[in-house]
Design a protein around this ligand. Structure first.
Ligand code: IDP
Ligand code: MG
Length: 140
């Protein structure tokens, strides 16, 4: 099934100059860029995007990290794009992520929050997240 998913190259990805490396991994898995923009995250967007974490003690730390530098937001399309993207990314905790995954290779092993890249985790979240960041006419 051809799907679209939302990917965010987080501030640590940009700071480490890994945008090209990370995108190349997705493209090598036959995922295609359908939308792309660079933005700085804001509190209202982060409260929506991370609504499931708003009551966690680390929410403020997460927000500050996500705002500290601009990010690149992408829509990727391909066969089973949502699951494929998550697999290439690896689990949330970079310390638990296998070598060869993006988080395993580049994420911070001590600070869970600094894990390089976001990807939608379900068809429902992909739809909501794509429309959070892109107008319909911005997705090619
Ligand atoms: P995901 O990014 O793998 O989908 P979520 O549970 O949706 O993981 O969490 C969103 C982001 O919040 C993570 O990518 C990470 O940056 C941060 N985060 C998640 N759990 C923790 C934690 O236990 N401590 C600190 N930061 C966390
Ligand atoms: Mg998530």
């Amino acid at each position: 099934m051809t799907e679209k998913t939302l990917v965010i190259l987080k501030p640590d990805c940009m700071e480490k100059k890994l945008a090209g490396t990370v995108l190349a991994r997705f493209e090598a898995a036959d995922l295609e860029v359908k939308a792309c923009k660079m933005i700085r995250m804001t509190d209202p967007v982060l409260r929506e995007h991370y609504a499931h974490l708003i009551d966690k003690p680390f929410f403020g730390f997460l927000s500050n990290y996500m705002k500290r530098n601009p990010v690149i937001v992408l829509v990727l399309e391909g066969e089973n794009a949502i699951a494929t993207t998550r697999k290439i990314l690896g689990p949330t905790k970079s310390a638990d992520a296998p070598a060869g995954t993006i988080r395993g290779d580049f994420g911070d092993k001590e600070i869970v929050t600094f894990n390089i890249c976001h990807a939608s985790d379900s068809p429902e979240s992909a739809t909501a997240e794509i429309s959070r960041f892109f107008k319909p006419e911005e997705v090619f």
